[in-house]
Design a binder for this molecule. Structure first.
Ligand SMILES: [Zn+2]
Length: 542
């Protein structure tokens, strides 16, 4: 009896071998690369592969229920379903050596932002391109030439129910392991991402209604110029202001005595959108839902009768649909000015000058979102700032194992830091000429790894290094400001940018019930808290 069953099964497999090969090729190709990921332990990797294998068996078993044109549609559907998640997971494993889970996928959905384009441009190398090509061509070959759409004789319906039962069992187990199949994860993550956006839209009235409690503790007649510069991908470890061996920030160093230079701040996220969503709102690790429950900094200033400006030099075109929380917030400003990314950052200077020239506006809150030091570094500085070209003064820990191209990338990054120094110090200079109460707050949305801790440039989602989150935070205050208010300054305060809204409120004399002085970096009440980057404890990062 046993023997008979085995012979039947072998015959069955032989009869349906091309269909089996096709479905396993499409659904089990990527899991074969799981072992290259370094963010999971072996036990978890084996579980992920086994889980994917059972999922593949299940997908195959369902194909047995179809025949003819439905079978073909089913086979095409499986390919479409797996294609995008497969490329994304493959690319992350190939480049970051990281297996993506849950919200790690969000960066993919944030289309229209600089990050996704940079991801494609920088990370989709020839190696990964070739793998994707092979994956696609073999799939198409099997699909169009080899598969048979006839129905297969099924003597035992239990063959379908059995893997289904195993899969259900594993699903419960995987939930306790906080893991699931990457394809399932990709689509549930997409749903969660859109749901987060929907929550933000649905609570707009609630946020507006809570604004009557905001007030500002300043006379209306005083000229106020409050400027926040949001930098991009700047690792403070590459600024000579913070001790970098190359002179990358000579102009900021010239005015160092006029600045408060905080040297222990980190971002809460290694992506622009994740970081700024918290910077601009009351959301933080403890209260993640506050991004939609409470008003953003722009809404607070709008309610205070400030003219709010947002000068944007990132790839967020004015007519694009708004795919992200922080972009939605930027559009709430009374004047949103966009440079469409194609220009160098110094273009913001003339725009800022035009705003500052409007002396009749006494209450001004201006956010400047720079392109800064984003990938590809070379594109974000003019030729005249190409100062670092040699390799002798590179002092990366990994220097010995770097290729010429990688050393060139370090040079390009440092040149972009030099250019950023020019842009940011020029903004300081422009605001310095203003009368009345004025401050400039500068920080970068997150840092960047540029072959310092590991042989890698950019930011990853799971394999974070300290360089990817260590950011500069600088504050300049006008003389009138200093007469009006004395800040509590301790440059070494361990700070996380997720609390930045409290610092801005504090700097701006605003009174609001949700303001928490223990989260302001310039308050005497400041309190140290554990810091998390992409949910990971900062102190454990390499
Ligand atoms: Zn960014």
């Amino acid at each position: 009896m046993q023997m008979k069953n085995l012979t039947w099964l072998l015959n069955f497999v032989k009869q349906d071998k091309w269909n089996i090969l096709y479905l396993f090729w499409v659904t089990f190709f990527v899991p074969l690369f799981f072992f290259q990921s370094t963010n999971l332990d072996n036990y978890k990797i084996i579980f992920q592969i086994f889980y994917s294998f059972v999922f593949s068996i299940q997908i195959y078993c369902f194909s047995l229920l179809t025949n003819g044109v439905f079978k073909r549609i089913y086979f095409i559907f499986v390919f479409i379903l797996f294609f995008l998640p497969s490329i994304v997971v493959l690319a992350a494993i190939h480049i970051d050596k990281a297996f993506l889970e849950d919200t790690d996928f969000w960066f993919v959905f944030q289309t229209n932002t600089d990050e996704s384009f940079a991801f494609l441009g920088n990370y989709l190398s020839w190696g990964i391109g070739l793998i994707v090509l092979i994956y696609t061509l073999v799939s198409f070959y099997l699909l169009t030439i080899k598969i048979s759409t006839g129905s297969v004789m099924l003597r035992r319906k239990s063959i379908i129910l059995l893997p289904a039962a195993v899969f259900m069992l594993l699903s419960g187990f995987s939930y306790s392991m906080e893991a699931s199949n990457y394809v399932v994860d990709f689509y549930t993550s997409f749903y969660k991402y859109n749901y987060a956006l929907k929550l933000y839209d649905d609570h707009a009235d609630e946020r507006l209604n809570s604004l009557h409690t905001v007030s500002v503790n300043l006379p209306d007649t005083v000229q106020k110029t409050f400027v926040v510069i949001i930098g991009e991908s700047l690792d403070r470890g590459h600024m000579s202001l913070y001790g970098y061996n190359r002179k990358t920030t000579p102009l900021l160093e010239k005015i160092e005595k006029e600045l408060i230079v905080f040297d222990n701040a980190v971002s809460s996220d290694t992506q622009t959108s994740g970081s700024l969503k918290k910077v601009l709102t009351f959301a933080n690790t403890e209260f993640p839902d506050n991004y939609y429950l409470k008003p953003s900094i722009i809404e607070l200033f709008n309610a205070l009768n400030f003219k709010t400006y947002w000068i944007d030099n990132q790839l967020n075109k004015v007519n694009d649909p708004v795919p992200d929380i922080y972009i939605k917030i930027s559009r709430l400003s009374k004047a949103y000015i966009n440079l469409n990314f194609s220009q160098q950052d110094e273009s913001v200077l003339q725009l800022l000058k035009n705003i500052l020239d409007k002396k009749h506006e006494t209450n001004r809150f201006i956010v400047i979102h720079l392109m800064g030091n984003h990938l590809p570094y070379k594109a974000h500085y003019p030729k005249s700032f190409e100062k670092f070209t040699g390799f002798d003064d590179i002092n990366s820990r990994e220097k010995k194992s770097l290729t010429t191209d990688q050393k060139k990338t370090i040079n390009e990054y440092d040149n972009s830091v030099l250019y950023n120094d020019f842009v940011v110090s020029s903004i300081f200079k422009l605001v310095k000429a203003e009368k009345g109460l004025a401050y400039v707050l500068y920080f970068s949305d997150h840092g960047e790894e540029v072959f310092d801790e590991k042989i890698y440039s950019g930011r990853s989602y799971d394999n974070i290094t300290a360089d990817m989150c260590q950011v500069p935070v600088l504050i300049w205050l006008s003389d009138d400001y200093k007469k009006k208010k004395t800040l509590s300054v301790d440059k070494n305060r361990p700070y996380c940018l997720e609390n930045m809204i409290h610092t801005i409120i504090d700097l701006s004399f605003i009174k609001y019930p949700d303001y928490d002085s223990t989260r302001s970096i310039v308050s005497k009440d400041f309190r140290e808290r554990p810091r998390f980057v992409n949910g990971k404890d900062y102190t454990t990062l390499p």
